[in-house]
Write a protein that binds this ligand. Sequence first.
Ligand code: BES
Ligand code: ZN
Length: 628
Amino acid sequence: MKQILRSICVGTLACFTAACGGKIAETSDEAIETVFDNKDYHTLSKAEDVAAKHLSLDINVDFDTKKISGSATWQLERKNSKAKEIIFDTYDLEIDSVLLDNGEKVNFTLGEKDSFLGAPLQIPLNEQTQSCTIYYKTGANATALQWLEASQTFGKKHPFLYTQSQSIHARSWIPTQDGPGVRFTYDANVKAPAGLMALMSAENPQERSADGRYTFKMDIPIPAYLMALAVGDIDFKPIDNKTGVYAEPSILNKARAEFEDVGKMIAVAENLYGPYRWGRYDMLVLPSGFPIGGMENPKLTFCTPTILAGDKSLVNLIAHELAHSWSGNLVTNENWNDFWLNEGFTVYFERRIMEAMHGADYADMLWEIGYQDLEETIADLGADSEDTHLRLNLKGRNPDEGLTEIPYEKGGHLLRLIEQTVGRANMDTFLKSYFDEYAFKTINTRTFIEYINVHLLDANPEWKAAININEWLYAPGIPESCPRGNNKLLIQVDELTKEFVASGKISHAEATNWSTLEWMHFLRGLQKYPITNKEMAHLDNIYHITQRKNSEVAVLWYQLALKTAYEPAYKPMEDFLLVTGREKFLQPLYKAMVALPEGKTWAKKIYASARPNYHPLTRRWIDNIVLN
Ligand code: BES
Ligand code: ZN
């Protein structure tokens, strides 16, 4: 059996599933595990021998040289008495010197550089060594850092820096054991330019210091991908006594208003799956160049300003990042192949929060829109692609390649199927105990399967058969058992879409009350039809869509405008591309643009001005679309 599985998993699990019709269900979990060995191939450190348990960071943030420099002192736990060295991950770091606890300077080795893993920093240890201090500077290609000029901020007066460490970019600003399976506590001294605020994934100041010096403390152990820092012209406003918002002064009030319900979200989340264990929950709204929607940095979610819609319609992103305080930050995927255990659980939890806040009809729309994203991703990746398996195989690849809708939506829908199979009450009891059992630990797919079998599924073979979890994990595409919601609101939108496509007219009254999600569904639906420039103008006259500031709606509208050569939307689209760095929005727009006859020249022209505003990793993606 092992033999068969090995050959299957190397290439053709898909054919196996098809040919043997559900055989995977009969395959022993043990056999599958011979292929997935649960090693983290994305860290060069060996924490199983010597683990770095506490970090004291002492750094200076220099906007002139665009470098962070200083020292990282690590307290070590000697796990293997024979181990004679500690290894840290580094990426593009310049290591000046390394001292052991007694001040002894040691000869370290910076190994050969791998294109995305970086170089291992090997530090020889004495038998007694308990700590080491690394003096270092970041490099020009630090993948975690985005240094913004004043002109790229809202206020236009001060520069700004932020980090994005997930998946394996922490090593580009801290020498660290950069795998999700290694947790540590930290304290930090940060020197920023006088007058600016500094914030971390830690206990944070609420006021600026006069001299730019800040101290931080994080006494809950976290993995390196949750290390975060931001420096800029940032102020704070409380929402309630446990939550608040940080942002540049000119958007602070807007952000506070948008997020004012976050206290309720926390209450709802705690009611579902147990206490929020991180103390405060604050949010930092970044300048528009932030490359992603949000990042669940502990105690301080980082997020894009593109969710400040003015009507709270995009705050499910906050629910998502908050949910990571349980799924991800508390119970953490052991390596990036198990990324679905972070994101799938979080999508499910996010939608449960939204359902409790806004009702089942609303949550059903989120599920349906997510399902469509999943379908689109599978079409892009290919129906047979192994990258559509829930459990990924990222060995030898950049883990950022695993960042597709699969872990999110396929993972979220698997949990929804489990809920629908076992019933909500059983599901919630199970999840609550899961978060308790694995709090501050890591989890891999195998451990999860064992846990769910023992605590939920073994009791009922019918449940197990109906869920057929291995099909979700190790076969491509969307399993037939995938739940679809009861989407009465979106079905109404579909009807109106058909009517509009057939008649070129739309009944005014109905669409006027649409929520953002209904608008998104309508505009997505229209992409499938050959609608005309005239019809675009008709819609725009009635609903003023070109003027709308909701980013999700705007991007879909711009895509339609490109397809139909609807010129009134071009200028707003160009303005949007010049300031927005959120990759999810950039990719479809640039792709649609280059697909037009004269589009490549046009895209190149806009990109030439916009590129400096984009994150270094985003530039790589868009370079591929526009420049190659
Ligand atoms: N943890 C992710 C962001 C991430 C994942 C960054 C992997 C780098 C590598 C975050 O929680 C997230 O999922 N953000 C989404 C938000 C959405 C699903 C609501 C985003 O940024 O779009
Ligand atoms: Zn997430």
